[in-house]
Write a protein that binds this ligand. Structure first.
Ligand code: DAH
Length: 354
């Protein structure tokens, strides 16, 4: 004969079960679902917890049966809650679509972040501005070049080591990714007669293993002036002016003799190390030399003029090529060239206000 306590417990469990069945149909929003979850499964005051406590009042021989019933209710509550949650999740996209078709004009708008120029581009523009102010024009040319433009017309002898495949990325027998912006000098001189006053910013490519100061792709800016009566003094005066505008009137600049196949004489240009002010023998930026090499330059070799049918007896010219990345790193205090190419906004955003 079942104990009265068990009957009473059974009746309550059945009532709870009916409540669950109703809820399964009726609940329409996540909030009511949460309330139902608390009502049944809250650890302190939930229906299931309280029923387990009531088990203590059930006669010993009926305990097993009563325990089974309470456990069954717990399982039922769990599966009803899951079923309601699944139904609400399915309905959610529809509800959202409804909201989209009737926008709430009182909500704050979504802010779109402004795009901004890359730090390298900002720096490039700064240099361009200085040359544009002096009447230079900006030119560009192809990034894939033939041996003639990249080397031959620039007076590289056939066996020059720079043609070696360790430096040059070939894409065909006679085609390569340009290793410098100098080939555009040739392209411009082929189609235009002097006077010429141009700069050529652009990408260049070399077979390099990336490290803090090398990348397989980087930016250069080339310059070329061709006219009657152009001398080394023009080269020196112009470059000094540009570098002082970039780095400050007091910046020391020095010219060192050098060699390039397409200039004669040739010079490399250094500026004093802005990092240590020529004072730190252990400086990471200049290696303690106090100077930083930033560009190559020279008077256009007469042979180069002959290659493009410009009369070297009548015309002379000067040219330079500098690494934009390198100059930007130096100017902005950036220790690793690879930062420019990682597209990390935390890096890029630091320079948008220049
Ligand atoms: N093209 C050279 C390089 O990539 C740089 C250079 C040196 C360009 C002297 C010039 C120049 O126009 O006159 O290393």
């Amino acid at each position: 004969m079942p104990s009265p306590n068990l009957d009473e417990l059974k009746a309550r469990i059945e009532a709870h079960s009916r409540r669950l069945t109703e809820a399964l149909e009726q609940i329409r929003d996540p909030r009511s679902l949460e309330e139902l979850r608390n009502e049944f499964l809250s650890r302190k005051r939930g229906v299931v917890t309280l029923l387990f406590e009531d088990l203590k009042t059930v006669d010993a021989e009926a305990k097993r049966e009563a325990g089974r019933l309470v456990n069954a209710l717990k399982t039922e509550a769990q599966s009803v809650l899951d079923a309601i949650a699944a139904r609400l999740a399915e309905a959610a996209p529809a509800a959202k679509a409804g909201a989209d078709s009737a926008p709430d004009p009182t909500l704050p708008g979504e802010r779109r972040p402004y795009g901004a120029a890359h730090p390298l581009r900002l720096f490039q523009r700064e240099i361009e501005k200085i040359f544009l102010d002096m009447g230079f024009a900006i030119e560009d040319g192809p990034e894939i070049e033939t041996d003639f433009y990249n080397f031959g017309a620039l007076n590289f002898p056939p066996n020059h080591p720079a043609r070696d495949q360790w430096d040059t990325l070939y894409v065909g027998d006679d085609l390569m990714l340009r290793t410098h912006t100098s080939p555009v000098q040739i392209r411009v001189m082929e189609k235009r007669r002097p006077p010429i006053r141009i700069i050529i910013p652009g990408k260049v490519f070399r077979k390099e293993t990336p490290d803090p100061t090398h990348a397989a792709m980087f930016f250069q800016m080339e310059g070329l002036v061709v006219d009657e009566g152009v001398t080394f003094a023009h080269l020196k005066g112009t470059l000094e002016y540009v570098l002082k505008r970039l780095f400050g009137e007091k910046t020391k600049v020095r010219f060192r003799p050098s060699y390039f196949p397409f200039t004669e004489p040739s010079a490399e240009v250094d500026i004093e190390c802005l990092q240590c002010g020529q004072k730190d023998p252990a400086c990471r930026v200049c290696g303690g030399t106090g100077w930083k090499e930033i560009l190559g330059s020279g008077l256009v070799d007469p042979q180069v003029f002959k290659n493009v049918n410009i009369d070297p007896e009548r015309y002379s010219g000067w040219a330079f090529g500098m690494g934009i990345d390198r100059l930007a790193m130096f100017s902005l205090g950036i220790p690793d060239i690879r930062y420019f190419y990682e597209n990390d906004l935390r890096f890029n955003r630091q320079f948008t206000l220049r």
